[in-house]
Design a protein around this ligand. Structure first.
Ligand code: HEC
Ligand code: HEC
Ligand code: HEC
Ligand code: HEC
Ligand code: HEC
Length: 372
């Protein structure tokens, strides 16, 4: 055999082994990272569960990918964060370590099953390793937001006037006026400056680091920049960056508000008397199109919580009160207060109370939501 050929052959064989080796490591990492957290979670939750029925179900549950499909706000999102962050909704995990810790209490009512996580935190919802999911990959423009920076997400649904919980956002918007940024930059609905680039959607174009640099050292990306270097404190720069990062040019609330408007029309429908049975309760549920916001056994919308095991979670008295006035029990609830006849209320309560079939598929919903 000729020497040149055997060297080539050796190189080719070597390259193939290297490739296989890399592929093996990549696949192994992909498979093990989320699986390890699931296994740890299942062990922890088994220790915390005392109910025999629930214990039995957990025994049969093996690690798997958990996800929330968010359809209510802008483009559809598939958030798999809860594959690792399993305890967000479960008070029993308040002293557990990340990623299992109970979510800190925040202002407003934003159920995770409706909002997912990336609506507020950015990151890559489909990711199944910490690096991917937290958007730490070099090319991902929306790395995880947390701490004060999360305020920029609040503005995607709650634009000005801002809440007390978003002080940096408010300061950023004020600085944009007081430091005369508005004179050179256009933001749709806010200002009309023409010397610098339009900032209406600046958050969708640049990552946080670039925005910060543009403000602190205007010449960083353009040596001859016309933009003056301003006297700003570190806190002021932070607020301006948070404000810039909130400018996406769209309001994610438009979808739900449209839905809400059509619900108002159904609400005006006249009430009727029905027999007080489970079947007629099911009819009321369908007649009032409750399933445009709620899911039962996999069918329906995702604005409100899944009701598949609701009968195990609340008393009839709670159900009736919640239907008459959702906001009397759940502050800030988006659920419309429909008008019901007394018999409709009772039938609906019978029907919702009958939803108790725990399965492997809904056991997690139950574990997370029944402890509220
Ligand atoms: C593979 C498991 C896994 C997935 C998937 C995952 N996380 Fe995490 N997350 C962790 C771990 C572990 C920590 C704690 C250690 C760390 O920060 O790396 C953490 C920490 C966090 C923190 C606190 C940040 C900090 O630095 O203190 C936030 C916020 C967070 N995750 C949000 C998310 C969001 C949002 C998603 C989905 C887009 C997500 N995580 C998906 C495992 C995960
Ligand atoms: C994806 C959209 C979205 C995001 C992001 C969001 N919210 Fe909300 N928020 C809502 C909806 C929907 C409601 C319920 C409104 C209702 O019931 O009419 C709400 C309610 C509230 C309320 C209750 C008062 C009210 O006006 O009803 C407060 C306060 C609040 N949010 C603050 C925040 C803060 C702070 C953030 C950022 C950490 C945030 N929100 C992020 C959609 C959002
Ligand atoms: C409505 C907005 C909103 C949604 C939706 C949301 N979060 Fe948060 N999250 C916050 C705010 C505000 C904080 C408190 C500020 C901070 O510490 O980052 C927070 C804090 C956290 C923390 C602790 C961060 C730390 O630094 O210790 C983690 C972890 C986390 N969220 C994960 C999640 C996961 C996982 C989901 C989805 C199941 C989620 N969040 C959904 C607004 C939200
Ligand atoms: C005298 C006019 C002028 C003023 C005042 C000004 N800018 Fe600029 N800005 C520019 C110009 C011109 C650019 C174009 C890029 C460059 O020159 O680097 C720019 C670029 C930017 C960018 C990067 C945008 C992109 O898409 O690349 C941001 C963010 C920005 N400015 C924010 C601000 C903020 C915040 C203030 C107020 C603190 C401000 N600017 C004040 C002229 C101005
Ligand atoms: C526009 C969307 C929307 C429609 C339509 C809707 N809901 Fe809801 N529902 C929600 C939201 C959001 C929540 C979570 C906040 C809360 O608990 O009030 C909720 C919560 C609930 C809950 C759980 C309350 C608890 O925490 O115990 C029940 C039960 C419920 N809805 C039943 C119904 C029924 C029955 C109908 C039809 C007559 C209906 N919903 C129509 C949005 C909706």
């Amino acid at each position: 055999m000729n020497v040149g050929f055997s060297i080539k052959l050796a190189l080719v064989v070597g390259a193939i082994f290297l490739l296989l080796g890399n592929a093996f490591i990549i696949i192994k990492n992909y498979q093990t990272e989320w699986r390890t957290y699931q296994e740890q979670y299942l062990q922890l939750v088994a220790e915390k569960t005392i109910e025999p029925q629930m214990k039995e179900i957990l025994k049969n549950r093996s690690p798997r990918i958990e996800q929330i499909v968010v359809t209510g706000f802008g483009k559809e999102r598939v958030d798999r964060c809860i594959t690792c962050h399993m305890g967000v909704d479960d008070e029993r995990f308040k002293d557990a370590q990340q990623p299992f810790t109970t979510h800190p209490k925040i202002a407003g009512n934003h159920p995770y099953r409706t909002f997912g996580c990336t609506t507020c935190h950015d990151g890559n919802g489909r990711g199944l390793s910490v690096t991917d999911a937290h958007g730490q990959e070099k090319h991902w423009t929306e790395p995880l937001l947390h701490g004060d920076y999360i305020e920029s997400s609040c503005a995607k649904c709650h634009p000005a006037p801002f809440y007390a919980e978003t002080p940096h956002l408010q300061q950023g918007a004020e600085l944009f006026r007081n430091k005369a940024c508005y004179g050179c930059h256009k933001i749709e609905g806010v200002s009309n400056g023409k010397l610098g680039p339009e900032l209406t959607k600046v958050a969708t174009k640049w990552p946080r680091a670039y925005l910060e640099e543009s403000i602190v050292v205007p010449t960083a990306n353009n040596f001859e920049s016309l933009m003056p270097k301003m006297q700003l404190t570190a806190e002021e720069v932070k607020s301006l960056v948070i404000y810039m990062k909130s400018l996406t040019g769209e309001n994610l609330m438009t979808g739900p508000v449209t839905k809400f408007e059509s619900v108002k029309a159904w609400k005006a429908a006249p009430v009727q008397e029905v027999p007080v049975t489970v079947e007629s309760g099911k009819f009321v549920y369908e007649d009032k199109a409750c399933n445009s916001c709620h899911t039962i056994n996999g069918v329906g919308g995702k604005i409100g919580p899944d009701l598949s095991v609701y009968g195990l979670q609340r008393t009839p008295e709670w159900m009736i009160q919640h239907h008459i006035n959702p906001r009397s029990l759940v502050g800030g609830s988006m659920m419309p207060d429909f008008t019901y006849s007394q018999s409709e209320l009772e039938a609906l309560t019978l029907y919702l109370g009958s939803l108790k079939q725990l399965t492997v598929d809904n056991s997690v919903i139950y574990a997370q939501e029944s402890v509220k």
